[in-house]
Design a protein around this ligand. Structure first.
Ligand code: SF4
Length: 347
């Protein structure tokens, strides 16, 4: 077992499954102690990066991701919408910035964008960027050329999740291959953008398969800059409705192992946070989570309302991480602001 504690521990991309399993199998206190030590070596544990996610095009997706209420083949009550106008997106981004978000993520329920969509999304990116926000998009699979165009428009991050371990993947998605996801991530890296890439737990996978997800993420050519760890939100009408709930401590373990394996990445609590108690979220922060989505909704599922988030930050002595740009420090504390309008997401 490698020594995980010093700040000087080099980033590794050669994790074996047995090593990852051994981390998962540590006693809970030992695992959390190690993860908190590594977190503190690389970050201020009192700081949490705050992102806001806006669904710029909801529903009607041709893919079959078994957890997703936006897949048109499942009857979940999600109405399909057209791509929002740049003006409408800009208005939401202004509200997010005023509420304290440092990063604004735009999500579209596409298998992949059509080439004719790229100039429209590029215009959104340019406008959001001009507010001094970091920009992120999640639009499905990208070609190399599309990635280059989004980068040229000023896109900082591209989200594309692996979702789960390679060996469990076909239980969840059949309309695209695991390799397709790796290819898109490669195009994003080659274009010079940062990657946001994680997965979903609680989909019926085993601990071995959770280890497989984290092993694959950490063994990518570069650790994702952001690693969203989603807890399945069970939506009636999707194939995963009724799945046995994951033990909350196992969720915390997953966060802690992600922190140990990808010590310099932002580990994000994403979908599923609404159903977590304050105590569970606090354990996640202790285990090394240092990023959240902030706002009332994540794409089409709920997210803790901002009042509750503000209260939790205050009770735990946490503060939002600030983004420093050439123009100075962007943004304010998340205190004193009204709740964002409902309309944010996380796939
Ligand atoms: S997760 Fe994304 S690609 Fe899969 S069905 Fe939902 S919107 Fe489509």
């Amino acid at each position: 077992m490698p020594n995980m504690s010093p700040e000087s521990t080099p980033l590794r991309h050669d994790w074996s499954r047995a090593e990852v399993r051994a981390l998962f199998d540590l006693s809970f206190p030992e695992l959390l102690h190690r993860a908190a030590s590594v977190h503190k070596a690389h970050f201020d544990p009192a700081e949490v990066q705050v992102s806001t996610l806006l669904s710029v095009k909801t529903g009607g997706c041709p893919e079959d991701c078994a957890y997703c209420p936006q897949a048109q083949r499942y009857h979940t009550g999600v109405d399909a919408t057209k791509l929002m106008s740049t003006e409408a997106v800009l208005e939401k981004a202004k509200q997010a910035k005023a509420a304290g978000a440092s990063r604004f993520c735009m999500g579209a329920a596409w298998r992949s964008p059509k080439d004719r969509d790229i100039p429209k999304v590029a215009a959104m990116i340019r406008e959001v960027k001009s507010l001094g926000l970091e920009t992120c998009a999640t639009l499905g699979m990208l070609s190399g050329e599309q990635a280059q165009k989004l980068k040229a428009a000023g896109l900082d991050y591209y989200n594309h999740n692996l979702d789960t371990a390679p060996e469990f993947y076909n239980e969840i998605i059949r309309t695209r291959e695991f390799q397709d996801r790796l290819d898109t991530l490669e195009h994003v890296r080659d274009a010079g953008m940062k990657t946001c890439c994680g997965g979903i737990v609680g989909m019926g996978e085993s601990r071995e398969q959770r280890a497989g997800l984290l092993q694959t993420l950490a063994n990518l050519p570069a650790h994702p800059d952001s690693v969203p760890i989603n807890r399945l939100v069970q939506v009636e009408g999707t194939p995963l409705a009724g799945t046995t709930e994951l033990d909350p401590f196992e969720f915390v373990r997953t966060i802690a192992v992600a922190r140990l394996m990808m010590p310099k990445s932002m580990v994000r609590l994403s979908a599923g946070r609404e159903s977590m108690s304050d105590e569970l979220q606090a354990l996640c922060f202790l285990a090394g989570a240092n990023s959240i989505f902030y706002g009332e909704k994540l794409l089409t599922t709920g997210n803790p309302d901002t009042e509750r988030d503000l209260a939790l930050f205050a009770r735990l002595g946490l503060r939002p991480m600030q983004v420093v740009e050439t123009a100075g420090t962007v943004h304010a504390s998340i205190e004193d602001h009204e709740a964002l309008p409902a309309h944010t997401c996380a796939a």
